[in-house]
Design a protein around this ligand. Structure first.
Ligand code: T5A
Ligand code: NA
Length: 213
């Protein structure tokens, strides 16, 4: 309501979920769907491995480097902060952003290692709050069966079970839980229905707000 541009801003739609829950597959399908409807839309992902911070994260995830748990947590957060102003500019210009992982991944994974939950949330405060968080809900055992886990650091069943418990602590009113144990097509249908209902029609005109502050 503060300025005319906020009336036609894009929506910030975040996908979250355990490793192999199907986020990247569904992000691609939603992108095609919204493009087909003629919406200005872009697909982003975190970690964004293309920046210099992102390259440090990528080396850590592939076990090519070792970092203190606090240090890698802050790098993941810094990787979101380095994109914040571009994110705001895109949203204000009317582009909807589909984002594959965001601050919830940051907190759920680091706190699952044993770091203090509030300490993990603190550096995320002030990033842009999503309009909609699609949580792809799947039993960790079922996710582990999908194509098998690769060699990345967090792709282990016992750890993923802890991540799932910490994700649950982060659920808020922006979250919609999607049953991600169903087929790709069934999940896609749930995603489309949710996005159409909550974002495309409802969120226009709502000002951007800050996460956890
Ligand atoms: N991380 C991330 C942090 O610790 N802190 C942070 O702040 C952030 C942002 C890398 C790691 O970093 C951690 C979390 C991660 O451990 P990433 O690069 O997003 O994060 O991880 P990726 O390995 O790229 O992706 P995921 O493992 O999370 O997989 P997706 O995207 O959830 O799943 P997707 O779509 O690639 O599908 C996986 C497989 O399952 C099949 C697909 O075809 C594919 O083979 N599949 C299905 N099969 C049957 N039924 C369905 N419904 C299916 N949907 C997908
Ligand atoms: Na992915």
């Amino acid at each position: 309501p503060m300025d005319a541009s906020s009336e036609s801003r894009g929506a910030l739609v975040v996908f979250e979920g355990l490793d192999r829950s199907g986020k990247t597959s569904q992000c691609g399908r939603l992108l095609s769907y919204l493009e087909g409807l003629g919406h200005p839309v872009e697909l982003w992902r975190f970690p964004d491995r293309t920046t210099s911070v992102g390259q440090m994260i990528s080396a850590y995830l592939s076990n090519k480097s070792q970092l203190d748990d606090h240090t890698i947590h802050l790098l993941f957060s810094a990787n979101r902060w380095e994109k914040r102003s571009m994110m705001e500019a895109k949203l204000k210009a009317g582009t909807t952003l589909i984002v594959d992982r965001y601050s919830y991944s940051g907190v759920a994974f680091s706190s699952a290692k044993g770091l203090d939950f509030e300490w993990c949330k603190a550096p995320e405060a002030g990033l842009i709050a999503p309009d909609l968080v699609l949580y792809l809900d799947i039993p960790p055992e079922k996710a582990a069966e999908r194509g098998g886990y690769g060699d990345e650091r967090y792709e282990q069943l016992e750890f993923q079970k802890k991540v799932a418990q910490h994700y649950k602590l982060l659920e808020d009113s922006a979250w919609k839980i999607i049953d991600a144990s169903r087929s790709l097509e069934d999940v896609e249908k749930q995603v489309k229905e949710t996005v159409s209902e909550y974002v495309v029609s409802c969120q226009k005109g709502k000002p951007l707000s800050s996460l956890w502050s």
